[in-house]
Structures are given as structure tokens and as C-alpha cells.
Design a protein around this ligand. Structure first.
Ligand code: SF4
Ligand code: SF4
Length: 80
């Protein structure tokens, strides 16, 4: 389980900046945790299986998680 504390990075309510949002393909995700490590807003934590969970209050839609994902499990989609 990865928990990155918002005292060290992030912590701002930047969810309303989002134009594109990360979408997870659970079948493709290998639970490597890289997306959580790279997220500049500490918006991603991982569940007990190591799969990412996004706190939408802190996700600004920058796309770094999708860019760093080695399997293509995380992709960016235009938010409705
Ligand atoms: S798009 Fe991904 S890396 Fe960027 S803030 Fe949202 S969860 Fe974090
Ligand atoms: S980087 Fe990709 S494969 Fe790794 S945990 Fe995140 S979504 Fe899953």
C-alpha cells in the first residue's frame, strides 16, 4: 500500500482545474504503484491490491500518471 502524505506535496484543492481526467483499466494495471509515486498532487493512493485510487479533490488532470504508466492502464479522457 502506498500513501504519500499531502504535507510533503500536493494538498491543494485543484480538482476544478481538470479538463482531462485519468481513467484506469483495471484489467491492464499491474499495481506497480508508479502513478502514485509520480503524481505531483499526491492525489493517488493504492488499495490493498496495490491498484490506484484517485482522490478527485486533488487531481488537476495533468496526465503525468498516464504518461508514466508502463502498461497503458492509465489514460486521459476528456471530462464530461
Ligand atoms: S492527472 Fe494523474 S498525476 Fe496528474 S494530478 Fe491527476 S492523478 Fe495526479
Ligand atoms: S502506473 Fe499503471 S500499471 Fe502501475 S499502478 Fe499505476 S495504473 Fe497500474
Amino acid at each position: 500500500m502506498i500513501v504519500i502524505h499531502r504535507a510533503n506535496k500536493g494538498g491543494q484543492f485543484v480538482g476544478n482545474w481538470r479538463i482531462h481526467a485519468p481513467r484506469l483499466d483495471d484489467e491492464v494495471c499491474t499495481a506497480c504503484g508508479l502513478c502514485a509515486s509520480f503524481c505531483p498532487e499526491a492525489a493517488i493512493s493504492t488499495d490493498e491490491e496495490g491498484k490506484p485510487e484517485i482522490d478527485w479533490r486533488f487531481c488537476k488532470g495533468c496526465g503525468i500518471c498516464a504518461n508514466e504508466c508502463p502498461t497503458g492502464a492509465m489514460t486521459m479522457v476528456k471530462e464530461e
